[in-house]
Design a protein around this ligand. Structure first.
Ligand SMILES: *Cc1c(COP(=O)(O)O)cnc(C)c1O
Length: 245
């Protein structure tokens, strides 16, 4: 099978699984966007995915993105939406703004402020997600939120931070992003996604802002994430195969 065919088949399969998960949850497929995570994969793979209608791609490293994104954009007539999904170091923030439409990985107020001033300078509006760590794994980036339901102080901190991000010029806070722990039984991620959905509702209501998006779910767990309310799933391996790096 050609590589192009293989990618097309994989995308078909993922879309089928998304449709089934939506049906189980009584949701419309139009409410779930598939972001194809193309990190470490070549430009040809990205082009193959665009041929079967994929328009949203996720990258996690600035160096790699700076090479691939302009090249892909040059080769295509249609517009592609690029999503930054990896941790951003302060000194690399400047390169994010011209490359990406969305940043899912806003994990500190410092980086939010930096992106805000850079986007404002460029006269651009970046869609951003606040990355939250609802699972409490110490190695994960994101605002601490593992005990938000029982720890009033943690929730207050989170509420203040989200409120400040929401007010920054040049940024449009569109929702929350999280990564569930990697487990062999995806069912075990359900409480993390459910907590995330509840947190989104609580923050939106307390701050009287709309947080339309929940970016959650990867190859291992995207169907569970959709059942719990994900509006964007970030899928790499199931589309492009395993990564070497
Ligand atoms: C790599 C990555 C993904 C995709 O992971 P897969 O398991 O390959 O689907 C999703 N989100 C983030 C933040 C990532 O870094």
């Amino acid at each position: 099978m050609s590589r192009e065919r293989e990618i097309a088949n994989n995308i078909d399969e993922v879309q089928e699984q998304i449709a089934l998960a939506c049906a189980r949850a009584g949701r419309s497929v139009d409410d779930v966007k598939l972001v194809a995570v193309s990190k470490t994969k070549p430009i040809e793979d990205i082009l193959a995915a665009t041929k079967v209608g994929i328009r949203d791609f996720g990258e996690n490293r600035i160096e790699e993105a700076s090479e691939k994104i302009p090249a892909v954009n040059d080769m295509l007539d249609q517009t592609v939406v690029w999503h930054m999904i990896g941790h951003i170091q302060s000194r690399k923030a400047r390169d994010v703004v011209p490359l990406f439409a969305s940043v899912h990985s806003v994990d500190s107020l410092k980086i939010a402020r930096k992106l805000s001033s850079l986007a404002s300078e460029e006269g651009k509006t970046l869609n951003v997600f606040a990355e939250v760590n609802v699972s409490g794994e110490p190695q994960k980036y994101g605002f601490e939120a593992s005990n938000w339901q029982i720890d009033a102080q943690q929730f207050d901190m989170l509420q203040q931070t989200i409120s400040q991000i929401a007010q920054l010029p040049g940024l449009k806070l569109v929702g929350l992003m999280t990564m569930a722990p990697f487990v062999s039984d995806a069912e075990r991620t359900r409480p993390v996604f459910a907590s995330m959905a509840a947190l989104r509702s609580e923050l939106a209501s307390k701050l009287a802002i709309s947080l339309p998006h929940l970016s959650m779910g990867m190859t291992n767990d995207y169907t569970v994430a959709i059942e719990e309310g994900a509006t964007m799933v970030r899928v790499g391996t199931a589309i492009f195969g395993a990564r070497n790096t």
